[in-house]
Design a protein around this ligand. Structure first.
Ligand SMILES: *Cc1c(COP(=O)(O)O)cnc(C)c1O
Length: 478
């Protein structure tokens, strides 16, 4: 497929603007660009076809099954977009006077109230644009807390080895040394190892619950007490909230600060880079450090508060990705309390259904029942047939299924992490189960075929090393 720049023809356009009837304003040279901006020049018909072709060559939730573990690729109700598209939300300016955007401020305030209720937190900021930025924000709150208490010795963050890669990366960015603790045989946090490493230099613990292997940490209250008793704080990576939303609250488990991935648990189309929203919620003890501005309700309406002298500052301009927050708020309001509970229950049911139907063929990494996702290992097939997790993933593409998350978590060899989500029907799950079985048969009988997959997609196997080492991100004009 040609790039839009390659299709461009000088002088071709689709603007139908009338000639200007006001005098031209000449902008000071200091503010204008030195060379002309080279935008593609095309007719509307060709632009339309170009983007339609791109859509056809990608895979989204609207195309088919998308069991990308940990990413919660669920169906996104269209009403969310309708609300986010309302002029009063979409066309406002972030610097508009407060009295003209009371509705938007009320929406932010309501979102804070609902998401605090859902998570058991006291305050929340919607500034962070994604989970990873939420993690950094959360750890900076923890750092601010210890620093204000002059507890400078605390320079370590404890993270289980099953954690998402962003956790250790974030802790390092926040200036901490990462202490990794090995999980037990059963995949859960090892309490004895935790006790060994927790000390008066522990700033905090970062934990995902249910973990990235789809297991609920049943000793969570003991885990959080061990850290609290030693003066540390506890961070909740909320990417897996889909399994427990409406049923269990991180705040009640003992977590002090959390992030949510609104673009995972609370719908919003994602993949391909956003936009996302990773709000950070915290208990009262950390609230004064939250990013500015916060939204506050007063007698004469809603206001932004900028003068929080303890604040860690601003993490993202203005108030974050506001329209994503609106989608999530619409989602929560339209489902209601009971609907949210069903979301979690059905997510767990669907994952267990798939796991149960695959466990006799594929090697399940940890004995179930699982939460909203499960991990299978392709290690045995690799030894016997030379077939890897990558080969299975590429073969699924031939059947219109997006591959599961591959080679994560790191503690499972040849891992495939499957998260069906609650929005898939039983028929879709049955079809996917059959395809997984079919691919297994092929791996046994004609493994060479799987090595060549996918054969019917727009592109076959890509040179992933070259793509990572030598990415071409800019169009080179001739
Ligand atoms: C997705 C994810 C993150 C990071 O969130 P982003 O929104 O992608 O930055 C962190 N932890 C876990 C467990 C995740 O699944």
């Amino acid at each position: 497929m040609k790039l839009i720049f390659e299709k461009s023809r000088s002088g071709r356009s689709c603007d139908i603007l009338p000639p200007s009837d006001v005098p031209e304003y000449i902008i000071d040279k200091a503010y204008t660009r030195e060379s002309e901006c080279r935008l593609p020049e095309m007719a509307e018909n060709d632009i339309s076809r170009h983007y339609t072709e791109i859509v056809k060559n990608t895979h989204g939730v609207n195309d088919g099954f998308y069991p990308l573990g940990s990413c919660t690729m669920k169906y996104n109700p269209k009403i969310n977009d309708e609300i986010a598209n309302l002029n009063g939300f979409k066309n406002i300016h972030p610097l508009q006077p407060e009295h003209t955007i009371q509705g938007a401020l009320e929406a932010l305030s309501l979102a804070e109230e609902y998401f605090c209720k859902i998570t058991g937190m006291d305050r929340m900021s919607f500034q962070p644009a994604a989970g990873a930025q939420g993690e950094l924000t959360g750890l900076l709150l923890i750092r601010a807390y210890h620093e204000e208490r002059k507890d400078f010795k605390r320079n370590k963050i404890i993270i289980p080895d099953s954690a998402h890669g962003t956790n250790p990366a974030t802790a390092t960015m926040a200036g901490y040394t990462v202490i990794t603790i090995e999980s037990k045989e059963d995949g859960l946090v090892d309490l004895e190892k935790l006790k060994e490493v927790v000390d008066d230099d522990t700033a905090g613990l970062m934990l995902t619950n249910p973990s990235t292997i789809g297991l609920f940490e049943k000793d969570i209250l003991e885990i959080t007490s061990i850290v609290h008793d030693n003066g540390g704080l506890i961070y909740y990576d909320g990417a897996n909230l889909n399994a427990i939303v409406g049923l269990v609250r991180p705040g009640d488990m003992g977590f002090d600060v959390i992030h949510l991935n609104l673009h995972k648990t609370f719908s919003t189309p994602h993949g391909g880079g956003g936009p996302g929203s990773g709000p950070v919620g915290c208990k009262d003890i950390l609230a004064k450090y939250l990013p500015t501005p916060t939204v506050e309700k007063s007698a004469d309406g809603y206001k932004f508060k900028y003068d929080n002298k303890n604040s860690i500052g601003t993490m993202k301009n203005f108030y974050g990705n506001f329209l994503v927050v609106l989608r999530a708020l619409t989602y929560v309001i339209s489902l209601g309390q009971d609907g949210l509970k069903d979301t979690a229950r059905n997510a767990v049911l669907n994952a267990n259904y798939m796991m149960h139907n695959l466990k006799d063929i594929y090697q399940v990494a940890f004995d179930g029942p699982c939460m909203h996702e499960f991990v299978i290992s392709i290690e045995k097939l690799k030894k016997e047939q030379g077939i890897t997790a990558l080969d299975i993933a590429k073969s699924l593409l031939e059947y219109g299924i997006h591959p599961p998350t591959m080679y994560f978590p790191n503690i499972v060899a040849e891992a495939l992490m499957i998260e069906p989500t609650e929005t898939e029907s039983r028929e879709t799950l049955d079809e996917a189960i059959n395809i997984f079985k079919l691919i297994y048969d092929k791996a046994k009988k004609t493994p060479i075929k799987l090595k060549e997959a996918p054969n019917n997609t727009y592109v076959g196997r890509l040179d992933e090393v070259r793509a990572a080492r030598n990415p071409i991100l800019k169009y080179k004009f001739k």
